[in-house]
Design a protein around this ligand. Structure first.
Ligand code: G4P
Length: 528
């Protein structure tokens, strides 16, 4: 095996997703602990005091205790090189999360055992199912009173539309949490409350044996026997092929806070996940093992560090090897460029990377040339990766700067934030930049916009919400937009590239407008 192949085969790149507060940050921190990437043992409690977790960056996140941006962490564990893509947990940041999912090969879904599948982020999980991304489920907080485990897995199956296969099974929960039974190894891992999970006893005991009675109590033992029998009869069988195709989700029960079940989860997970997968391009699938370097940009973020006032483009390497300072071809820009200051991130700390391989994520300094979805490759093998879909904004507001003298900063700030893809900006159809309309997928983005403009660009703005909720781009070029007959709740606007579009307050107006204007073609998606 060549060195390139060896390095790529070690890579595992996954996104970690959850409902807010389900324990994603805690679980991530424990993963990192196993890799020795951070020295945080037992410090999860102290984390809230410090107001932010390892992977949280921005001021607004710290203030509100939510995760706004996605970040990337890398660590080594048992011969694997693992890349974790953290995703925003709040529903309003789902667009950013969708993009992050495009850069991952699998996803770990964290669910709070006392809450089950929570409504607000169902959409997010469904994207994984739709894209066939393998999903590994960690049902967390078993040290607290949890819902019935059968109900929990039923819910995942029904609500998310994916079959499940429990790898381990909980013995009680909350005060009566005794541990988990591993269905593959047929062993019991016992949970000792109050010990912070450091002492985990794994014992080979037979179901039905006297010894098990002693270890977990007769009542728990009897219940476990019945439940395992039921599971063996009713649950889907373990099938690696179906897991890797995203059709079957292995389920694990544990408690991230007490570090119970985290390492076994990690080990099983690494056994079951794939090495970096081939990616679709206009030349067909590109193998990660190709000698030629290629990558695509899935996220752009400005001002991650206020002291630096910089912009970073995050890219997923899809094939070959990256060397620092290497000259690559930027397909959308039609130019050769040198990728300067490549970095890997760990919260505020940045590590300069000298080499990286397919599966890895690097952040490179962006002088303003990249857009989300751009491809980078070598000059002797040019092609383009499939684009990343943009999601239709559902909330709109008119935005004005309070101090008219700050026009320049205002335009610069709002354009940069739009390039990152957090917001979309539009103008009135007939006018220039004097009237700016902002469209977002989730309303919280308005607050983020306001906050960031004030903090990073020193511009105060006023937002005036608009009643529109539906957007359609006009796709046939020959249409005379000015003479289109529209309803009173429709507004004609244009995007930054000058493409005309319509926004509607009510969904039925879309149909009416189509009927009134024969031949008019409307599309929900703009072009990136
Ligand atoms: P998130 O990133 O998914 O939003 O969740 P996060 O890890 O921040 O965890 C949310 C809360 O749940 C935290 O408590 C955390 O300590 C707690 N938690 C996480 N895993 C477990 C677990 O396995 N068992 C129990 N009992 N709790 C867990 P908090 O009160 O918000 O913060 P803190 O003051 O405890 O740090």
């Amino acid at each position: 095996m060549s060195q390139l192949e060896q390095e790529i085969k070690k890579r595992r790149t996954f996104a970690i997703i959850s409902h807010p507060d389900a324990g994603k940050t805690t679980l991530t921190e424990k993963f990192l602990l196993y890799g020795g990437a951070i020295n945080l043992a037992g410090s999860v409690k102290g984390r809230k005091a410090a107001k932010h977790a390892v992977s949280d960056w921005m001021e607004i996140e710290k203030e509100r205790g939510i995760s706004v941006t996605s970040s990337v962490m890398q660590f080594n564990y048992q011969g694997y090189c693992i890349n974790i893509l953290d995703t925003p947990g709040h529903q309003d940041f789902s667009e950013d999360t969708y993009r992050t999912l495009m850069a991952a090969d699998s996803a770990v879904m964290v669910i709070d055992g006392s809450k089950g599948v929570e409504a607000q982020t169902i959409k997010l999980f469904k994207v994984c199912v739709m894209r066939g991304i393998p999903i590994f489920t960690f049902i967390n907080k078993m040290d607290r009173e949890a819902n019935d485990p059968f109900e929990l897995i039923d819910e995942i199956e029904n609500v998310l539309g994916i079959r499940t296969c429990p790898v381990n099974w909980p013995i009680g929960s909350g005060k009566n949490f005794k541990g988990v039974y591993d269905r593959q190894t047929k062993t019991i891992s016992r949970f000792f409350a109050g010990d912070n999970g450091h002492k985990v006893a794994t014992e080979d005991v037979e179901l039905g044996s006297k010894k098990l009675d002693e270890l977990i109590g007769e009542v728990n033992h009897q219940k476990l026997l019945e439940e395992i029998e039921l599971l063996d009869g009713a649950a889907d069988e373990y099938d690696l092929e179906r897991i890797q195709a995203g059709k079957l989700s292995p389920v694990f029960f544990g408690s991230a806070l007490t570090n119970f079940g985290v390492e076994t989860f990690l080990q099983h997970f690494l056994d079951m996940t794939t090495t970096p997968l081939p990616r679709k391009s206009d030349e067909g699938e590109i193998s990660p093992f190709s000698e030629d370097f290629s990558a695509f940009v899935f996220k752009i973020q400005a001002n991650m560090n206020k002291a630096h006032r910089d912009r970073i483009a995050f890219m997923r390497i899809c094939s070959g090897k990256f060397d620092a300072g290497m000259e690559v071809y930027h397909v959308q820009g039609g130019k050769k460029i040198r990728l300067t200051q490549p970095q890997q991130m760990m919260a505020d700390e940045r590590h300069h990377v000298t080499e990286a391989y397919a599966g890895d994520i690097i952040g490179v300094f962006d002088p303003g040339i990249f857009s989300i979805g751009d491809t980078l490759c070598t000059s002797n093998h040019k092609f383009q990766y499939e684009g990343i879909p943009t999601f239709a904004p559902e909330h709109f507001a008119k935005v004005r700067q309070v101090d008219t003298m700050k026009r320049k900063q205002f335009i610069k700030g709002i354009e940069q934030i739009a390039q990152e893809g957090a917001i979309q900006i539009f103008q009135e159809y007939n006018t220039g930049m004097e009237e700016i309309i902002v469209g977002v997928v989730g309303v919280l983005q308005f607050d983020v916009l306001k906050f960031r403009l004030e903090n990073e660009y020193n511009v105060e703005i006023r937002l005036e919400p608009l009643p529109y909720e539906h957007i359609r781009w006009i796709t046939n070029k020959e249409v005379d937009v000015a003479s289109l007959s529209v309803t009173s709740d429709t507004k004609k606007i244009k995007d930054l590239k000058g493409n005309p579009l319509l926004i509607f307050a009510h969904p039925w107006s879309i149909k009416t407008v189509e009927e009134r204007n024969e031949g008019l073609q409307l599309s929900e998606f703009g072009t990136n």
